[in-house]
Each structure stands twice: as structure tokens, then as C-alpha cells.
Design a protein around this ligand. Structure first.
Ligand code: UT7
Length: 374
């Protein structure tokens, strides 16, 4: 039987830090509200596009696994903020890292995109289609953010991480997963202005505004992640006390606390990054995984539970058995280009661009009828 071991990992976190105090420069919000409702203190804003973050993370993950780019058979790019639709962004990463023999695909399930990408790569390895894959979780949300809407602007950040997945005859990697979608609640999180449905209504692509029902998402996210976690543990014959580490999607500290306590896993076995990075959508789980490894929180043979949810509302939980190696084989010297702008400068530039781009008062930003009816 072939399994799909995770043998390399690398993160690429943009250097510019946006604090809660920065946000209160242009929003009616404050540190006390954000920390008490979400657990977030700061998040990152990228000065480079998604694919550039992904290239850095991939080079670091490849070095960690001791592989060259031309040994990779498949790149799966998990994201909902792709730099381009056509050609896909994975092909841009392929050419930039020199993975000349790799197939390349983009997967978009919003915040769960990394884990759905991991399922895709694992399935293609386990069925013998490919042997070595790069799986990316990346998000450059800041250009698409509704910066003047305090309901959403305080919650999200940019970031990226990638893992290498390789065929193995040891019982490691994803042991099982539960995937699902609570599509009856898909209207609770909608980014208007990011697709052809809006362009056809005369909206400039990228001139976004967000529909966001935080309380409903909160409830459904907790229910969905708890059910998915219980289902995957049952499928794999694992009890909560056997879980060594939970690496959850990091949308809100209160959501994580509720999911972990209801799943029955001891509260100290959770990897948290939400305070420093906010919700990086597809990047949250792989960045938290990479940091758990850096901090020595993943032991050889560890059993890791990864529950997540995202717009759709997609939900999932993955159970991963770690292999023997918990340290990188090599280091990469890949790095971000210099940045002389503060995170607040970067955000203000997006706000200014959007303010000049469109008059939001008209018909244009209403969802087309077929979207509303779905
Ligand atoms: O990956 C998927 C992404 N989605 C999510 O993660 C959403 C999950 N939902 C949540 O995390 C929470 O529901 C929120 C953090 C979004 C909100 O927390 P809450 O405890 O559900 O707050 P609330 O919706 O009950 O809002 C309470 C108040 C409201 O004022 P009023 O109507 O009571 O006067 C809001 O207008 O807080 C106000 N508010 C804010 N105040 C200061 C909303 N956003 C802010 C803000 N700063 N940023």
C-alpha cells in the first residue's frame, strides 16, 4: 500500500506587520474589541503577489525535503486570491522554481484550500499517478479586502506556506479525511467583485465588497469542524486522547477553543498562530504546521488533527501521521525582496485605489440574480 508522507515544509510570511492600533487609524475599532472577540493582535500585509510568496515557500519546502524542483511531478496551489485566473497560478510557480516535469493545478475552496489540495495530492500519490508533489496554501487577501468594513477588515492577513508530499510505504501522511460543504449557508460569506458574475454587471474586477454574517459563520464553523473531526477520528479508529496536536484553521480563537473542547482533545495540544497572523485563509494551517515543527511541537510519529472551514461553507478535518524526520535536510536562501513601506502604507494604497476605482452606490455591486438564487 502506498502512502503520501509529508517530507518538507516551508513558510513565507511577509514582513510588514499591521497592528490593531494601525487598523484603528482608519476604522472605528480598537485593540480591546479585536482581542476579546477574536484573539488577534496583528496580521501581515504582503508587498509581493501571492505567487512570489509561494515561490519562496516552495523553495524552502524543497530544501527541507532535500529535493530539487525538477523531481516534482505535481504542484497544487490552494488559494482563493489567485494572481491570475488564466493561466493558473500554479503554472507561474512551476516556471519560477524550475519544476519542469510537474503538472500544475489551482484548487479553490477558500480557507480550506490547502487541506483540499493536500487531499488531492495525497490521492494522486496513493493511486500511483504521481510520486512527489508540492502543496501550497497561500493568500494575498489585502488587495481584495473591504478595508472600510470593520466586520471583516480586522480579521484577515496575508501569508503562505508549502509542503512536499512523497510516496512512502510507511503508514504516514494523511490517514483519513472528512470533506464537506454546508452550501445552504454559502451566502454568509461572499466577496462581491471577484468573478465574471460581477464583471458582467459592469463591476471592475477586484473592486470588492464583502457580505459577511459573522455570527452564523461562527456557529456553522464550530458545528461543521466538530462533526468533521469526530467523523475522521471514527473512520480511522482514533480517540481524542490519542491526538498529539491539533493544527486548526485560525479564524478566531473562540472558534478554536470551542472546536477543541467539543472534540475532546486536551486544550494544551493546540497550535495557535491567530494572535500574530489573524486569519490567512488557505495559508493558516500550513503556516501553523511549519511553526509547530520549528517549535519542536511535532514529535516523530505524532498524530495530528487538522480541522478547517471556509467560504462555501466548506468544512474538513484531516488526520495526519507524522513520519520520523522533524528537522529540515537543507536550508534555502530564498527570501522576500526588500520592502520600504509599512503595512499601514500598503493598506492605505489599496484603500486609495479602490476609492478612486468605483462608485459603489449603483446597481453594479448587487449579486446577479442567478448568484442570489443559488
Ligand atoms: O474563515 C472564514 C472567515 N469567517 C469567520 O471567521 C467569521 C466567524 N465569526 C467571528 O469570528 C465572529 O462572529 C466575529 C469576530 C466576526 C464577530 O464577533 P461577535 O462576538 O459575533 O460580534 P457581533 O457580531 O456580535 O458584534 C458585536 C458588536 C456589533 O455592534 P452592535 O450591533 O452590538 O452595536 C458590531 O457592530 O461589535 C461591533 N463590531 C465591531 N466593533 C469594533 C463589529 N466589528 C467590530 C470591530 N470593532 N472590528
Amino acid at each position: 500500500m502506498t502512502y503520501a508522507a509529508i517530507t518538507g515544509w516551508g513558510k513565507a510570511m511577509p514582513p510588514a506587520v499591521l497592528t490593531n492600533a494601525d487598523l484603528s487609524n482608519f476604522l472605528d475599532t480598537n485593540d480591546e474589541w479585536i482581542v476579546s472577540r477574536t484573539g488577534m493582535k496583528e496580521r501581515r500585509v504582503s508587498h509581493v503577489p501571492s505567487a512570489e510568496m509561494a515561490v519562496i515557500a516552495c523553495k524552502r519546502a524543497l530544501a527541507c525535503a532535500g529535493l530539487e524542483a525538477d523531481e516534482i511531478d505535481l504542484i497544487v496551489y490552494g488559494s482563493c486570491s489567485n494572481d491570475e485566473q488564466v493561466p493558473n497560478t500554479a503554472s507561474g510557480v512551476q516556471v519560477a522554481i524550475g519544476a519542469t516535469k510537474a503538472a500544475a493545478m489551482d484548487v479553490n475552496t477558500a480557507c480550506t484550500s490547502f487541506l483540499y489540495s493536500l487531499s488531492t495530492a495525497t490521492a494522486l500519490i496513493r493511486t500511483g499517478v504521481v510520486k512527489k508533489a508540492l502543496v501550497i496554501g497561500v493568500e494575498w487577501i489585502s488587495p481584495f479586502m473591504d478595508w472600510d468594513n470593520r466586520n471583516v477588515a480586522v480579521l484577515f492577513g496575508d501569508g503562505c506556506a508549502a509542503v512536499v508530499v512523497e510516496a512512502s510505504d510507511q503508514q504516514v501522511g494523511v490517514l483519513g479525511e472528512q470533506l464537506g460543504c454546508l452550501a445552504d449557508a454559502r451566502q454568509t460569506l461572499r466577496v462581491r467583485g471577484m468573478g465574471t458574475a460581477y464583471v458582467n454587471r459592469g463591476v471592475t474586477l477586484g473592486d470588492t465588497s464583502w457580505d459577511f454574517d459573522g455570527q452564523e459563520i461562527f456557529k456553522r464553523a464550530v458545528q461543521g469542524m466538530v462533526q468533521a473531526s469526530q467523523a475522521v477520528m471514527q473512520k480511522c479508529g482514533v480517540t481524542p486522547d490519542q491526538i498529539d496536536l491539533v493544527v486548526p484553521h485560525q479564524a478566531n480563537l473562540r472558534i478554536i477553543d470551542a472546536v477543541v473542547s467539543r472534540s475532546g482533545v486536551p486544550a494544551d495540544r493546540v497550535m495557535l498562530t491567530v494572535e500574530r497572523y489573524g486569519n490567512m485563509s488557505a495559508a493558516t494551517v500550513p503556516v501553523a504546521l511549519a511553526e509547530a515543527l520549528e517549535e519542536g511541537r511535532v514529535k516523530p510519529g505524532a498524530l495530528i488533527l487538522m480541522p478547517a472551514f471556509g467560504a462555501g461553507l466548506t468544512v474538513c478535518a484531516h488526520l495526519v501521521r507524522w513520519g520520523d524526520r522533524i528537522t529540515p535536510l537543507r536550508e534555502s536562501d530564498a527570501a522576500f525582496p526588500p520592502n520600504n513601506k509599512s503595512a499601514l502604507d500598503l493598506v492605505q494604497a489599496v484603500r486609495a485605489r479602490k476609492a478612486g476605482a468605483h462608485d459603489r452606490s449603483g446597481e453594479g455591486m448587487r449579486a446577479p440574480k442567478f448568484v442570489e438564487n443559488l
